[in-house]
Each structure stands twice: as structure tokens, then as C-alpha cells.
Write a protein that binds this ligand. Structure first.
Ligand SMILES: NC(=O)c1ccc[n+]([C@@H]2O[C@H](COP(=O)([O-])OP(=O)(O)OC[C@H]3O[C@@H](n4cnc5c(N)ncnc54)[C@H](OP(=O)(O)O)[C@@H]3O)[C@@H](O)[C@H]2O)c1
Length: 281
């Protein structure tokens, strides 16, 4: 195991910063920056994979700004889909296992029960579509591949939802938060260990890994204020009133039963929130 060569993409991101130390203790980790690995410059993808000759690629890099993907769909496709297709091709050539991070936004949001791995995808926005196509590319191009879907990540300094709420409170700005989108906010500190275990193991196909429990963004904001002991007004609003460029699924909770059957379990989102607040002070 210790001789294993691991290539991590998106190491500077929210999840990447948390998982990198876990992966580096299991092998020789390479986590190139944009100058050596840019999903928009496909030659850098092939060059880096050829140079590193990884046994395992953990692919986190993506354009994750959902509204930017909506207004710039060609860029979203170029980074998230086309970049992943080239990475998958490079992995196939190198004989590397590919583990790709994906999202609850591949689902349409019409369910009222947690989505299982095998349920049909039907994204309602461009970001979801770009990730759905990337998932398909990974699974069809690389035999030894795993797609891991998660939801609403937070952790570290940000940017993420918890950091935005705290900043708005500090700056005395009014809180108006969407109350008609239900998901499972997932602390990266809880996600990284089971994700690393799944990546380093030999699971194939699709796996859902997100925090236990569910809430609306409004309920999440209220919980942040409660945990911080802050008295601040917080107004629930509809998705329509939020004026965001991209539509979001109304319900995108992921079922964690399959992960649990492999001994991979995440605590409740509220516990993740407490841990995050403890850590960031
Ligand atoms: N955030 C969420 O709520 C969420 C929810 C479910 C699933 N996911 C998935 O989880 C993964 C990690 O998300 P995250 O929140 O940690 O992402 P993030 O914080 O937005 O970080 C994105 C990472 O991708 C890199 N990147 C962006 N454009 C790139 C390009 N053209 N070429 C190479 N690298 C590029 C960034 O590098 P720079 O720092 O150099 O820009 C950064 O390291 C993503 O695949 C995302 O789709 C995220």
C-alpha cells in the first residue's frame, strides 16, 4: 500500500484540503496545481497522468459554482465533463483506478424519500448535467472506477454556507434563506475518512456518502445561529424569491444504506456543524 502512487485533483478545494493528509499517509501523493493540471487544457491532463503513472486517481476538481455553471454552460461542460472524459481516458491508458466525486444535484428533486444509487438521474441545472455526464464517462471508460456522490459540503474557512451565514451576521446584514430545498449538509471532516477508505478499497459503481439526517437551508441557518447562541432575525424565503440563476432540486437527500453495508457511515449533519464550529472557533 505504501508504494501506491495516488494523484489527487482539486487538492486546494474544500474537500481536497481535508482528504489530502489521509491519502498521503497511504501512498505517494501527487496533487498538482493549475499550472500542471488544468481541466481546461487537456494536454496537461494527459501529461500529468503519464508523468505520475498513478495507481489511483481521486478526482475532486470541478467548477462547483452552481450559478456560474448556469450562466456559462460551455465552461461548465469544458471543465466538469470534457476534463473528466480526458482524465478517464488517461486513467484507462495508465491502468489507474478512478474515483470521482459527484453530487446530489444529479437528481431531479421530485422524490420525497432519500435517493438510492441506482435511481435514474435527471438534473435540473447545468452543473448537475455536467457532473452527470462526467459520471457516465468515468463509468464507461474506466472499468475500475467509483463515483461517490455527496451533498452540500462545508468545512474550513470557506467559501461555504456556514461561513456565509456567519459573515452576514458579523456584517449585520439581514438573513433571508431558502426554505424549500431539503438536503443533508455534510461536514468535510466527516466525509473525508470514509471517502478515503472507499477510494483506497475496491468498490465499484456508485456510492452515496453524505451526512445522516436532512434539513432545509433555512433550518440549517437557524441551527448555525442556535449553536452560536446568536439572536438574529432569519426569514424563510422560496427558491423563486432567492433570484438565483440556477434552479436547485427541491429534495436531494442521498440514501446511505449501501455505504453503511460496507461499514462506511457519516454522523448527523448537526454533529458535523458542531464539530466545524468548534474547529473554526
Ligand atoms: N461543494 C459542495 O457542496 C459539493 C457537494 C457535492 C459534491 N461536490 C463535489 O465534490 C468535489 C469537491 O468539491 P469542493 O467543494 O471541495 O470544491 P471547491 O472547494 O470548489 O474546489 C474545487 C477544486 O477544483 C479545482 N479546479 C477548479 N477548476 C479547475 C480546473 N480547470 N482544472 C483543475 N482544477 C480545477 C480548484 O482549484 P483552484 O483552487 O486552483 O481553483 C479546487 O481545488 C467536486 O467534484 C464537487 O462537484 C461538492
Amino acid at each position: 500500500m505504501s508504494g501506491r502512487r495516488i494523484l489527487l485533483t482539486g487538492a486546494s478545494g474544500l474537500l481536497g484540503r481535508t482528504i489530502a493528509p489521509l491519502l498521503s499517509s497511504e501512498g505517494r501523493l501527487e496533487s498538482p496545481g493549475l499550472e500542471r493540471f488544468d481541466l481546461k487544457r487537456v494536454e496537461t491532463i494527459h501529461e500529468t497522468v503519464a508523468a505520475v503513472r498513478p495507481d489511483l486517481v481521486v478526482h475532486l476538481a470541478a467548477e462547483t459554482r452552481v450559478d456560474v455553471c448556469e450562466t456559462e454552460p460551455a465552461e461548465a461542460y469544458r471543465v466538469n465533463t470534457l476534463g473528466t472524459i480526458h482524465l478517464a481516458e488517461a486513467c484507462r491508458r495508465a491502468g489507474a483506478r478512478l474515483v470521482m466525486m459527484s453530487t446530489d444535484y444529479v437528481f431531479d428533486g421530485k422524490s420525497r424519500e432519500p435517493y438510492r444509487e441506482h435511481q435514474p438521474t435527471a438534473p435540473c441545472n447545468r452543473y448537475g448535467r455536467s457532473k452527470e455526464e462526467a459520471e457516465r464517462a468515468c463509468r464507461t471508460i474506466v472499468a475500475d472506477s467509483l463515483v461517490v456522490r455527496s451533498s452540500s459540503l462545508f468545512g474550513g474557512p470557506g467559501p461555504h454556507f456556514v461561513a456565509s451565514i456567519r459573515r452576514a451576521v458579523r456584517e449585520g446584514r439581514p438573513l433571508r434563506v431558502v426554505d424549500d430545498q431539503i438536503q443533508s449538509p455534510t461536514w468535510v471532516g466527516h466525509l473525508a475518512p470514509p471517502l478515503a477508505r472507499a477510494a483506497l478499497g475496491d468498490l465499484h459503481g456508485i456510492l452515496h456518502l453524505s451526512a445522516e439526517g436532512e434539513c432545509s437551508w433555512f433550518a440549517f441557518a437557524r441551527a448555525i445561529l442556535e449553536e452560536e447562541g446568536i439572536e438574529a432575525e432569519c426569514t424563510p424565503i422560496s427558491s423563486r424569491a432567492s433570484g438565483r440563476a440556477a434552479p436547485r432540486p427541491a429534495y436531494s437527500v442521498l440514501d446511505g444504506e449501501l455505504a453503511l453495508s460496507f461499514g462506511l457511515e457519516l454522523p448527523d449533519w448537526r454533529e458535523g456543524l458542531r464539530r466545524h464550529l468548534e474547529e473554526t472557533g
